[in-house]
Each structure stands twice: as C-alpha cells, then as structure tokens.
Design a protein around this ligand. Structure first.
Ligand SMILES: C[S@@+](CC[C@H](N)C(=O)[O-])C[C@H]1O[C@@H](n2cnc3c(N)ncnc32)[C@H](O)[C@@H]1O
Length: 262
C-alpha cells in the first residue's frame, strides 16, 4: 500500500482542525517520553513536541513515502522511525495518534497492547476518523464488493474489511475503563467541511480511504474504478459547493488504576 503525501496534504487545512481538538486535551508536562503512532509526514509530531518542552518525542510510521517528509523536523528530542504501530516498543508518558489507528485491526487487542506501553499516570490521546457510514465510504465498499468484486482478493488484504474495524464510541470508553483508564474523555465530533464540488470528495478519499483500494488494482482498472466512483458521487451530490460532514472520534484517558474487568 503506497501513500502519497502530496495527495494527503491537499486537505491539510481541513485535517488540522481535529488535531487541534485532540491536542487541546493534552496534559502539558515537561520532560516526558512520547510516541506518535502513524505520524505520517511528521508535522503534528512536531506540534506535539513543541507543547512538551524537554521531552523525547518519537514519531513512527510504516510508510517510507510519508516518513520521508518528516525528517525535516528532526531535532534534539524529536525523532522519527520506520516502524509499525502493532510492534510498538518502549514505555511512554504520552501515547498519541492522529488519524492512524483506524488503519489497524482488532482494536480491543491493539488498545490492550498499546496500554501496556503506557507508564502509570501516562496519557493515551487518540483521534480516528469515524465516517465509515458516509456515502463516500459506502460507495467505495459497494464498488469493491459488487461492480469491481472480481478485482479484489477475498482475503484479509481486501480493503473492504476495514469498514468493520472501528468500534462504537462507547466501546472505546469501556475498553479504556477496563484497562484502568481514568479521566476518560470519549467524544464524536462532526467536522463541517465545505468542498468545491463532489470531485473534491474524490480528491479527499484518494489521499486516505481509497489508498488500499487503488493499490489492489492495475492502473487501468484503477482508473475505471475512480471514474465510476467519481460519476456516482456527481449524481449523489450535484450541488456546488458541497457539504462534507466528516465524523471523528476523539479519545483521552490517563493510566490510573490497576486493570479492572467489566
Ligand atoms: C491518514 S495518515 C495520518 C498521518 C498523521 N498522523 C497526520 O495526522 O497527518 C495515516 C498514517 O498512518 C500510517 N499507518 C497506517 N497503518 C500503520 C501501521 N500499522 N503502522 C504504522 N503506521 C501506519 C500510514 O502510513 C499513514 O502515514
């Protein structure tokens, strides 16, 4: 799966609002150990590091293309590395992740594992897109399972599997509570984007949602897939500009108590 930082950054302005919201829940403390999971181009890792003076902040990502851009921000106390979220190493006072954990499966197991790497009193601070029920996402799913089904593998790599990876928001609260989280804050927020037209929705999803779809297809079939997707979105959203309500879930928890089964 190949990420394109230029495509992703086309909506940098819109994608910054949720980062600021999740960072507004950050407990500001100096000299802490911090990890940013799925740091992408690294800009928000720098933002995080700027808020935590004297800290050691590590951004990890498994995409060399995205990570290449982050190197420009490296400085004393701010480093980046090629690694996968699931293979997290080390212990941290802050485990942060913006728009990345929804790319990982089995959240119950994943959160448990990440929690083990959080130091007592540490903060778990996460933002994840929660828009799988939007037409932009449902349409991609429909094309991949009906019209273009023959081109998608019916196995774990099938990108359509991802639609089921996000849990209901209250489930995240339950998981964090059961892990011993205190000061829980779990919320869903709709970000009200106004885009030029429905083609801009395609540009948006091309930078994220459609990455695993298109990377399964040959260039020729990929173009057909995108053309069909674009046409059907034009029919559904003929208006210009177009409103794109985008839901996200924001989570914060502090590691307080011992593990408690619920
Ligand atoms: C939507 S981008 C978000 C990047 C950055 N956090 C931001 O807010 O701009 C998702 C990032 O997660 C990374 N990613 C997805 N799955 C990953 C995994 N299992 N391990 C490490 N990185 C992963 C991708 O490579 C991509 O850079």
């Amino acid at each position: 799966m190949s990420w394109n930082p230029d495509q992703y950054d086309k909506f940098k302005y819109e994608r910054t609002a949720p980062v600021l919201d999740v960072l507004s829940m950050l407990r500001i403390r100096p000299n802490v150990e911090v990890i940013d999971l799925g740091c992408g181009t690294g800009e928000h890792t720098k933002r995080l590091a700027d808020l935590l003076p004297g800290s050691n902040v590590l951004g990890i990502d498994n995409s060399p293309e995205m990570l290449a851009q982050s190197m420009q921000y490296e400085r004393h106390g701010l480093t980046y590395g090629l690694a996968s979220i699931e293979e997290i190493e080390g212990d941290y006072d802050v485990i942060f992740s913006n728009a990345a954990l929804h790319w990982c499966e089995n959240h119950e197991q994943l959160f448990k594992k990440l929690w083990e790497h959080l130091l007592p009193g540490g903060q778990f601070l996460v933002q994840m897109p929660y828009n799988n029920d939007h037409y932009t996402h449902q349409l991609a799913y429909q094309l991949a399972t009906v019209e273009f089904a023959e081109y998608f593998p019916q196995n774990d790599n099938n990108p359509t599997n991802r639609l089921g990876w996000m849990l209901p928001p209250e489930k995240y609260a339950e998981i964090l509570y059961s892990l011993g989280g205190v000061e829980l804050n779990v919320m869903v927020k709709v970000y009200p984007h106004v885009l030029e037209n429905s083609d801009a929705m395609v540009e948006w999803t091309k930078g994220t949602l459609l990455v695993p779809y298109l990377s399964q297809l040959s260039p020729e079939i990929g173009t057909q897939f995108l053309d069909t997707y674009r046409e059907l979105l034009r029919i559904r959203y003929p208006e210009c500009p177009v409103f794109y309500g985008f839901k996200r879930v924001l989570l914060s928890a502090v590691k307080g108590r011992k593990h408690q089964k619920i």
